[in-house]
Design a protein around this ligand. Structure first.
Ligand code: PLP
Length: 435
């Protein structure tokens, strides 16, 4: 079996389309459990990726696995509009207790991308306005609609032009605030000005259906905008009757230390897209809005065969239970603060480490050229490979490839953080010796 697997792994380039320009790390694994992967090489790897914020309760949590098994004994498939089943209604009921404000009505899909598509269509359908404003650096998925609001500098634009229905404005990166200037006031003012410029030269506010953003930038470099900026954004949307969409695909389900980033920022959007952490690895997502908005769901233009599948719903119900029973939101806050503190110590040792930032267990570690402080993507890739050799799996931000993302399961312990950071320390040390 193992030989066969090895042989297949070597044939990967001919069997599978490439997933990344740089195909890093493609760790061949045979098993996952808790905070760990078990490799084909027989080694145990500490996982600081959680499938990019998917396995928030840890890999193959026994409760989730049992719920999947129990669910499979009853029902595997539930095409919506044909039959109805308990788990999907129970899930909507339970989720509605933890989603922000009056966002308690759901359209279930399979992926984050689909949840974004649904959100965009809903906004345009409800407002009868054509345009959407998105933020530079945000990532929202790779279907044509989701790509059209995925407005980053790089590869996402390779083959596809913007749909012509979207406009972009800058995100708030606290690092870009001039020295000795109040960050809150600076970004509030800047946002107002960015919108004024947009409305003056490109599109009138009455033509804009929605503004969409990641409340914490994921692929774009784990950037946390100021709270007051987010509140200002809400205010501007309200002023013009524009719907505010939060893409909580990466930030949801405890990642920021609250159920959703909306609660972290104390801003309730009109529509949310949720996925990833919802069902601990089983494909499931949802577009979420108030009942009032959802009554206008664009039925003919957005539906799905597999969305809200019963197995996903069972897994999601168990995931919600585990997040609460094991106090994982609190643990995310505590362990996040601890990791940031430890990373600051590491930064004192290594001038290759630049800015360190995070909220909950969504942490970004910049790798820079020590002399200039400029982004150093090449070093990052070598460091990640060396870290993997030590036994810890990290990943990078797809669109800011000088930033390591540290996204362990929310069940991570202090000991595991220490262990993982010691391996990162060693990896950076080995890199420093080499160059
Ligand atoms: N939005 C964000 C913020 C994401 O991080 C992702 C995936 O990484 C998506 C949307 C797309 O989700 P999916 O890959 O499940 O379609």
């Amino acid at each position: 079996m193992s030989n066969d697997w090895n042989h297949l792994f070597n044939r990967m380039p001919e069997l599978l389309a490439p997933t990344m320009a740089k195909d890093h790390p493609n760790l061949p694994v045979i098993k996952e459990e808790g905070c760990y992967y078990y490799g084909l090489d027989g080694k145990q790897y500490l996982d600081f990726t959680s499938g990019i914020a998917t396995t928030n309760v840890g890999h193959r949590h026994p409760k989730v696995v049992q719920a999947i098994k129990d669910g499979a004994d009853q029902l595997l498939h539930g095409p919506s509009g044909v039959i109805m089943y308990e788990s999907i209604l129970r899930l909507a009921d339970e989720l509605g207790k933890v989603t922000p404000g009056n966002l308690d009505c759901f359209f279930f899909g399979n992926s984050g991308t689909e949840a974004i598509e649904g959100a965009l269509k809903l906004a345009r359908h409800v407002t009868k306005r054509p345009y959407v404003v998105s933020f530079l650096g945000c990532f929202h998925g790779r279907s044509m609609g989701a790509l059209s609001v995925t407005t980053s500098k790089s590869k996402y634009r390779q083959f596809q032009q913007p749909s012509g229905l979207t406009y972009q404005i800058p995100y708030a990166n606290p690092k870009e605030c001039p020295e000795n200037v109040d960050v809150d006031a600076y970004f509030e003012d800047k946002l107002e000005k960015d919108f004024n410029t947009l409305f003056k030269h490109q599109v009138t506010p009455e033509e804009v259906a929605a503004v969409i953003l990641e409340p914490v930038l994921g692929e774009g470099g784990y950037i946390i905008p100021p709270k007051s900026w987010m509140k200002k954004l809400r205010e501007i949307c309200d002023r013009h009757g524009i719907l505010l969409i939060f893409d909580e695909v990466q930030t949801g389900f405890g990642r920021t230390g609250e159920w959703f980033a909306a609660q972290t920022f104390d801003v309730v959007p009109d529509i949310m897209a949720i996925a990833k952490g919802i069902a601990s690895g089983i494909p499931l997502s949802a577009t979420v809005a108030s009942q009032e908005l959802m009554k206008k769901w664009p039925l003919g233009t957005h539906s799905t065969t597999f969305g809200g599948n019963p197995i996903g719903c069972s897994a999601a119900l168990a995931t919600l239970e585990v997040l609460q029973e094991e106090n994982l939101l609190e643990n995310a806050k505590e362990m996040g603060a601890y990791a940031l503190k430890q990373l600051e110590l590491l930064k004192e040792k290594h001038s290759l480490i630049g800015d360190i930032r995070g909220v909950g267990l969504m942490i970004g570690i910049e790798i820079v050229h020590p002399e200039t402080g400029e982004p150093n993507g090449d070093a990052l890739f070598e460091i990640l490979d060396l870290a993997l050799e030590q036994g810890v799996l990290f990943y990078f931000c797809g669109n800011a490839s000088e930033v390591i993302r540290m996204v362990p399961p929310l069940s991570v312990t202090k000991e595991q953080i220490d262990e993982g950071l010691a391996m990162l320390d060693q990896a950076i040390h080995l890199y420093e010796q080499k160059v």
